[in-house]
Design a protein around this ligand. Structure first.
Ligand SMILES: Nc1ncnc2c1ncn2[C@@H]1O[C@H](COP(=O)(O)OP(=O)(O)OP(=O)(O)O)[C@@H](O)[C@H]1O
Ligand SMILES: [Mg+2]
Length: 245
């Protein structure tokens, strides 16, 4: 009889189920960049900054000037819940029709937290009062008050530190950096009204300011496309990118 045939059906331990679920959302540093920047855009950020160390394998930090969260929301957003997910973006299944945000599943932050060491600092307070939470492998490890401008900074260290099989599949620093830059470039083209920057080991790889007034979307996208593609950009690709608008 084969091993598979003899095995009994068992419930997985919670942390094992979390790590498997995280695999659906977090494949590599670029997926973390995508999820965190989407959250920043959903929070109404006007400027998003991404910092990477070692292609994101050592550190990924995404900072925004969006709406931020209070302490209770921050706690809820980061931790996986046995019976449900936590999101501010939908309430009922009907809300799924015409959902206008990038995210709505309430999965990304807990998934990222379950396979890394995360620090989240956030403020939704004009007075500058902020909350800082630290999680290790999805478990709350510390919580304190801090001060910062309105917005959120999420720092992800040691991605896949607790899932060595996944860590082993991460590629060379240059490859992971390129994938992260590509992920940010796509979002920078989607929302040319937002300023983005990306540094890798202290070197600026992407720096897109905003100049165009609202409403001049075609020009803004054309300018952004030139900015992110540099010398590779041509009139043809600008026309194709803006034709459908
Ligand atoms: N940068 C941020 N600024 C303000 N609120 C945030 C930020 N990031 C996350 N949140 C809050 O935390 C919640 C959970 O975020 P998370 O990314 O896990 O789920 P989601 O964005 O709702 O859905 P998805 O899993 O599809 O991304 C969000 O719904 C939002 O309310
Ligand atoms: Mg999200």
């Amino acid at each position: 009889m084969s091993v598979v045939a003899r095995a009994r059906v068992q419930l997985l331990a919670g942390h094992v189920a979390d790590q498997i679920a995280a695999g659906e959302v977090v494949e590599r540093p670029a997926s973390v960049v995508k999820e965190l920047v989407e959250n920043a855009l959903d929070a109404g950020a006007q400027a998003v900054r991404v910092d990477l160390e070692d292609g994101g394998k050592t550190l990924i930090r995404v900072s925004d000037d969006g709406a931020g969260m209070d302490r209770e929301d921050a706690r809820l957003a980061l931790q996986r819940h046995a019976t449900s997910n936590a999101t501010s973006k939908i309430r009922t299944a009907t809300d799924l029709i015409g959902v206008a945000t990038f995210g709505f599943r309430g999965e990304a932050l807990p998934a990222i937290a379950s396979v890394s060491r995360v620090e989240l600092e956030t403020s939704n307070d004009a007075e500058g009062g902020a909350t800082r939470l630290r999680l290790i492998g999805g478990k709350l490890d510390g919580e304190d008050e801090s001060a910062r401008q309105r917005g959120t900074t999420v720092t992800v260290r040691g991605l896949f530190y607790n899932t060595p099989a996944r860590r082993k599949f991460l590629r060379a620093t240059a490859t992971e950096t390129r994938a992260a830059v590509e992920a940010l470039t796509v979002l920078a083209l989607t929302r040319p009204d937002v300023a983005y920057s990306l540094t890798s080991d202290g070197r600026v790889l992407l720096d897109c300011a905003t100049r165009s007034p609202c409403g001049r979307r075609k020009q803004a996208i054309a300018r952004r496309l030139r900015r992110v593609t540099g010398p590779r950009c041509c009139c043809f690709s600008i026309c194709r990118a803006t034709r459908w608008m």
